[in-house]
Design a protein around this ligand. Structure first.
Ligand SMILES: [Zn+2]
Length: 481
């Protein structure tokens, strides 16, 4: 039999790993086995502990890995898989290969730092605490990456693979898998994460392609459901963003923006630049303070084939962000420290996006106590993070062991999501050329998966199931379990 098994992102939003096994015998050992995504479990401890468990299929028994995009909840377990003996190729689009080249080594570095912290504080029951993988192991895994262009068909043993655009982040793809089951050709579509459906005011500042590829026709759909129970605000954030920045500059304050280094920071810089060009905000210095964000800008510029027309025109007119007047990119720690000396209004964009680590901590330490300043959130702040505390109005927060009073103005713009919301997901499904025989929802908290299941059943009348962790579903038989 041929089957899909959900080894992650089932019942939760992280740890994406879907095994596809073609034509195996009852033991499952003799089929061709491909892993679609190989992500880290993040968030709650019960899930994170699964990063340390062996998958049901030994690493050596896997024949191919196909990666939808570079985010760690889809790619971050690859170094561990390679360390455990996986010797095959990892197929991804060229921008995803490049982005993994910065994200995976950084993840290895953080794993080592975590282990060192636990050893210093004796806060782990393991002695010594070990990293899930090291920086060197992450770098070694990069040698197995193999670029595959969008739209190109690749035959891997009995399965065919093709990437179609998902418009989530630079290089993000859905993976279409074609295989023959009992003499019938079956097409499975794994969506990975799905981006905003249209490039309009609801997804401002979008740099990359303006929507997922329409008109798909899979037999089996495995689809994300992160925002299955939510609607993004659909108004243009630019007027409010401009107002907030203008007011802060007028009272002599600075704007501090915690932002994810990849995608969000680039998007925000483009938006700042166009607001300045239009005379909507004053030309005050902008500091992008994150080495990874700078590497990511280079990758963005290299992959101009991914840009929207609007972005392409912007770069044609004003050159690369590295050459924009008044935009500064801080690479070294000394550069970063120098920003602290700036007493005139400026805008500081730094990571990480939830203020849990990285250089943003220094800027918050400096700027939070002064009511002239503004802290502007442009990303999701998870429960329990420092970003969430500040956003929720905590009077003080702890940074580097110090109690820091929060006197700065705090504001948030919720429009910047890189995921389609429920209405947009439905809008995309309505473009399908035929109804899939079955749709499995993954990559969503139980509530949002359930809400989306309900919505698809009601509005489209499709057969929709919520994937369960470790569940196997048979392909090509009418008796899917
Ligand atoms: Zn993602």
């Amino acid at each position: 039999m041929s089957y899909i098994q959900f080894l992650g992102a089932a019942g939760t939003v992280t740890g994406s790993k879907h095994l596809i096994n073609s034509n195996s015998d009852a033991s499952g050992a003799n089929g061709f086995q491909a892993l679609i995504d190989c992500g880290l479990f993040q968030g709650p401890k019960e899930w994170r502990l699964k990063n340390w468990q062996d998958p049901p299929v030994p690493a050596r028994a896997i024949d191919a890995v196909v990666l939808t995009h570079a985010h760690l909840d889809h790619s971050g377990w690859i170094p561990r898989l390679v360390a455990e003996g996986y010797r095959g190729q990892i197929y991804a689009t060229p921008p995803t290969v490049d982005l993994c080249g910065i994200l995976l080594p950084d993840s290895g570095y953080l794993q080592e730092e975590d282990a060192a912290f636990h050893n210093k504080t004796k806060s782990s029951k393991h002695d010594p605490a070990l990293p899930l993988y090291t920086l060197e192991q992450a770098k070694a895994a990069l040698a197995q990456f193999s670029p595959l262009e969008f739209g190109k068909a690749l035959q891997l043993g009995p399965i065919g693979v093709r990437f179609v655009r998902s418009a989530h982040i630079l290089g993000a793809a859905m993976t279409e898998v074609t295989l023959t089951v009992n003499g019938r050709q079956r097409v499975c579509l794994f969506t990975g994460d799905i981006g905003r459906v249209r490039d309009n005011e609801t997804a401002p500042g979008k740099i990359v392609h303006s929507g997922p590829t329409e008109g798909e026709s899979p037999d089996v759909l495995v689809m994300e459901s992160t925002y299955g129970n939510r609607a993004h605000p659909h108004d243009d954030p630019r007027p409010r963003m401009a107002q907030l920045i203008r007011d802060t500059a007028q009272r002599g304050g600075s704007v501090v923006v915690p932002s994810f280094a990849v995608e969000r920071t680039q998007k925000f810089l483009f938006l700042l630049h166009s607001l300045m060009e239009d005379g909507k905000i004053p030309r005050i210095p902008v500091y992008a303070d994150s080495p990874m964000a700078i590497e990511a800008v280079k990758i963005f510029i290299k992959h101009s084939e991914e840009f929207t027309d609007e972005t392409r025109q912007l770069i044609q007119r004003y050159g690369s962000p590295f050459h924009w007047d008044g935009f500064h990119f801080a690479t070294t720690v000394a550069d970063s420290k120098k920003i602290n000396d700036s007493r005139y209004p400026c805008i500081i964009v730094s990571s990480n996006g939830m203020a849990m680590g990285g250089r943003i901590q220094h800027h918050l330490l400096q700027r939070l106590p002064d009511p002239k300043n503004l802290v502007l959130f442009i990303g999701f702040q998870a429960e329990g993070t420092r970003g969430r505390q500040i956003k929720d109005g905590a009077p003080e927060v702890k940074i580097f062991g110090k109690i820091v009073p929060v006197r700065a103005q705090v504001a948030a713009l919720e429009q910047f999501s890189d995921h389609a919301d429920a209405a947009e997901l439905l809008q995309w499904l309505k473009t399908f050329r035929k109804t899939p025989e079955v749709t499995y929802l993954v990559h969503g908290e139980p509530d949002s998966a359930a809400a989306l299941q309900q919505l698809i059943r009601q509005q489209l009348g499709w057969r929709v199931e919520i994937a369960k962790y470790m569940q196997q579903v048979e392909l090509g038989s009418s008796s899917q379990k």
